[in-house]
Design a protein around this ligand. Structure first.
Ligand code: PEP
Ligand code: MG
Length: 585
């Protein structure tokens, strides 16, 4: 019987194949108490399993193909770190010692404790890191049971059953295991768990394999060997499709393959519109090694390096200047002469830091409106100076720009610029090299900043519009709150007019301006943004080529009238008509 399941589309494309089910996590373990004289033996059993998993991860790392996505090495490293983390290891051992639990019980008990902490985290990216801990625990449990790892099991089965069009269906998949799957003939992934920013999703995207995650109950409802279609554009999974549906999807699949091939050919062509306007496409990155992916995708630079992700890896302290310097330098060197725009730390709201400490932060009634981004940096001048010095020092190794998040007030801009001057003075005194002409720019992400953009144009070298926050603050819609997610609207007339005004004023003043929010990577918004005068886009590397394709097909002259109509439209029906005209122009 044919049926359809819905999940979250995380990696585009269509896959058609037979379901290959991976049994759910073996977290269902025996619970028994051990005798006091067995404690040593039990702990030794745990360490042996830990060693076995280390060896397994090392083997996975060594097997990484040269063309493996750069995230893969990082994920394996994260799993190795979790495997040594005291919160997992020491606490598990303590449970064995103090409560005399068998080690499997202690380990799953500790996993539950850690999971509860993670469930309370608001930030989606960090919350989903819980899956990494589960995956590590699962590996240790398998090692304790003497069972083969998931990857080797799948590899063995794939080789023996000979299917060459298989789609993995699982409760959840460890990213490291996914890489092993790459060498098998797997065409797609479906998981019960996961969200847009889960590692499985990130890896599936970078491998270019269609995937739907968060397809609840998929692994319970789909049976081994069922014929399934994964529509990674819409998050749909069709089980046992009718022949006519199958035919339609086969056709769409072949069209997509052709499209992808065509897109790849665009990689090295110059980015310009039909009427010859040059457009600059840059990448958003979160960790230094992402710069590699950016270069591979054809980015002309990094338009946004979200440095807070470096800070989030540090539980109870902020990274030292040296460590930050090395991270920024690495990104700059990987970009090999292309500019890197380093945004100073943007913590607070949905991205709290462990080390932010009390000071009423946690109890702030509305953190999105509270001590966030530059406001926090200015309240922690020592931390801020450390970051500024680290960025400046890295600027000696390649073109670097400093980007400041969430500015609104003239005095905030002035204070920030003074601190940058002070950081330069300190480096001069110490005889340390930096680029004295490093450019400083501001993110426009508060409506006040957009409306009073002249304050910024006078004081800064460039602007970058952060549409994610600009939309949140214009419409008073918390980005992280599901209850109001349906009201988050990039095409609201107020948002569009603020973007248009900012671009117009910056262009008139000759100050470079880019957009680095999600809108920049949405190909359905490309024509509109071009028509509003945008010439610099920064986005997730995976979006670069589809956006580029839109640009190459665009004729700016033809956009003038429909874009003017879009800006003048306040009624939804009028807006829809004007946008449709723009798509046809
Ligand atoms: C934005 O607000 O659009 C932006 C790019 O910054 P972030 O998503 O990191 O807040
Ligand atoms: Mg922002």
């Amino acid at each position: 019987m044919s049926f359809t399941l819905h999940g979250i589309p995380v990696s585009r494309g269509i896959a058609i194949g037979r379901a290959y089910l991976i049994a759910p996590a073996a977290l269902d373990v025996d619970h028994y108490l051990i005798e006091p004289d067995q404690i040593g033996e039990e702990i030794a059993r745990f360490h042996a399993a830990q060693e076995a998993v280390h060896a397994e991860l090392d083997a996975l790392r060594e097997d990484l193909a040269a063309d493996a996505p750069s995230e893969m090495g990082a994920f394996i490293n994260v799993h190795s770190m979790i495997l040594n983390d005291a919160m997992l290891v020491q606490e598990t051992i303590d449970l064995v010692r103090t409560r005399r639990y068998n080690v499997e019980w202690a380990l799953t008990e500790q996993l539950q404790i850690l999971s509860r902490h993670f469930d309370d985290i608001e930030d989606e990216y960090l919350r989903e890191r819980k899956a990494d801990i589960e995956q590590v625990v699962e590996r240790v449990l398998k090692a304790l049971a003497g069972a083969p790892s998931t990857a080797s099991l799948v590899a063995h089965n794939a080789a023996s059953n000979g299917h060459n069009e298989m789609i993995v269906v699982a409760h959840d998949i460890a990213p490291a295991d996914m890489l092993q799957f790459k060498t098998q003939a797997f065409k797609g992934f479906v998981t019960d768990l996961g969200g847009r920013t889960s590692h499985t999703a990130i890896v599936a995207r970078s491998l270019g394999i269609p995937a739907s995650v968060g397809v609840q109950q998929a692994s319970a409802l789909i049976r081994q060997n069922d014929l399934i279609i994964v529509d990674g554009d819409h998050g749909i999974v069709i089980v046992d499709p009718a022949p006519i549906v199958l035919e339609e999807y086969s056709y769409r699949q072949s069209e997509k393959v052709l499209e992808q091939r065509k897109l790849q050919r665009l990689k090295f062509s110059p980015t310009q519109t039909l009427d010859g306007t040059k457009i600059e496409l840059c990448a958003n990155i979160e960790l230094p090694d992402d710069a590699q992916t950016a270069v591979e995708a054809g980015a002309m630079g990094v338009g946004l390096f979200r440095t807070e992700f470096l800070f989030m890896n540090h539980k109870n302290r902020l990274p030292e200047e040296e460590e930050q310097f090395e991270a920024y330098k690495r990104a700059i060197e990987l970009m090999n002469g292309r500019p890197v725009t380093i945004r100073t730390i943007d913590v607070g709201a949905d991205k709290p830091l462990d080390s932010m400490g009390g000071d009423g932060y946690e109890t702030a009634p509305n953190p999105a409106l509270g001590l966030r981004a530059i406001r926090w940096s200015l309240s922690e001048p020592q931390m801020f100076m450390t970051q500024l010095r680290a960025i400046l020092r890295a600027s000696a190794f390649g073109p670097t720009k400093i980007l400041i998040p969430m500015l609104a007030h003239a005095q905030e801009i002035d204070q920030t610029l003074d601190l940058i001057q002070e950081a330069k003075r300190q480096l001069d005194d110490a005889g340390i090299a930096y680029d004295p002409n490093v450019q400083v720019g501001a993110m426009i992400e508060i409506p006040a900043a957009a409306i009073a953009v002249r304050l910024f144009l006078k004081r800064l070298d460039f602007l970058s519009i952060g549409t994610n926050d600009l939309i949140q603050y214009t419409l008073a819609i918390d980005r992280a709150d599901n209850a109001v997610a349906h009201l988050y609207d990039p095409l609201h007339p107020a948002v569009l007019n603020l973007i248009a005004f900012t671009l117009r004023e910056a262009n008139r003043a000759g100050v470079p301006v880019s957009i680095c929010g999600e809108m920049a990577g949405d190909p359905t918004a490309t024509r509109l943004l071009l028509g509003l005068g945008l010439t610099e886009f920064s986005m997730h590397p995976s979006q670069l080529l589809v956006v580029k394709q839109e640009i190459l097909r665009s004729n700016l002259k033809a956009f003038e009238k429909p874009v003017a109509d879009v800006l003048a439209a306040y009624e939804p029906a009028e807006l829809a008509t004007a946008l449709a005209q723009l798509q046809k122009a």
